[in-house]
Design a binder for this molecule. Structure first.
Ligand code: SAM
Length: 235
């Protein structure tokens, strides 16, 4: 998979891409990351990427030109995916609180793609022509407003890339993680079995695998019923 990130703050990705699972995924050649500074695609002395919204209103908006030119540079003569068509193997994803809610299902869908381009918004957002002409997917990570698209982009990339084949040390862990079966994951414990009088549930020490499995399913159901009853309905 190839992942391109268009941002006004490329430095924010240094740490994210240089550690843990993203670093490992790149080392294993499961994914290639490229971070593009949108200011590189400006033509004035101040490298201006924002301007006031037409019609008035608070704050500034990201200008369309740097994003269009960055996309021209990325795709060259290659055909760009049709805007608004969230179906192909190449996606141009704009992170916005106004988008479709990001889910594990969406992460799975993105993980089957060959090329993902992420556009990070900033200020009050981006000129609508970028969305209308370039974007295949508008994605929100939740009902709250962040300062910029960088943190949401990291969340989406992380959830997606860890699903690529060979990236996780233990492939089986994907199957039992929260949301994969419309259940939150069961509680887990590690050594020591008794810490400051806090004891691990005896069934987990019993060696009885079917009893352990039954206990875990029951715990997962209880947790899901408490925090996410909507998931149980889907199950
Ligand atoms: N004025 C916009 C609105 O009311 O919808 C919010 C703009 S926000 C301050 C700046 C940028 O952060 C957005 O363009 C988007 O890229 C990103 N962002 C903020 N919250 C987000 C969320 N919940 N999900 C995805 N992206 C978000």
């Amino acid at each position: 998979m190839k992942v391109d990130i268009l941002t006004l703050f490329p430095g924010m990705f240094d740490s994210f891409l240089g550690h843990s699972m993203m670093k490992r995924a790149a080392e294993k050649k499961a994914v290639t990351f490229a971070v593009h500074d949108l200011r590189f695609f400006t033509h004035d002395r101040h490298k201006t990427c924002d301007d006031k919204p037409f019609g008035g209103g608070p704050g500034m908006l990201m200008k369309p030109e740097p994003v269009f030119e960055a996309m021209d540079a990325l795709f060259g003569r290659r055909k760009r995916p049709a805007a608004g068509k969230a179906t192909g193997k190449t996606r141009v994803i704009y992170l916005t609180p106004q988008g479709e809610r990001f889910t594990q299902k969406k992460a799975k869908e993105f993980s089957a793609c060959k090329h993902l381009v992420f556009i990070c918004g900033h200020y009050e957002g981006i000129d609508q022509r970028v969305v209308d002409a370039l974007v295949t997917d508008e994605i929100s990570i939740g009902d709250y407003v962040l300062t910029g698209g960088e943190v949401p982009v990291m969340a989406v990339i992380d959830a997606t890339v860890r699903l690529l084949k060979g990236v996780l040390g233990c492939e089986a862990s994907k199957e039992f993680e929260s949301f994969s079966r419309n259940l939150l994951e069961y509680p887990q414990y590690t050594r020591p079995s008794d810490y400051r009088g806090l004891k691990v549930p005896p069934v987990l020490l019993s060696g009885n695998h079917s009893a352990i499995e039954a206990w875990r399913l029951e715990q997962a159901r209880k947790r899901t019923a408490k925090w996410r009853p909507d998931l149980l309905k889907k199950r």
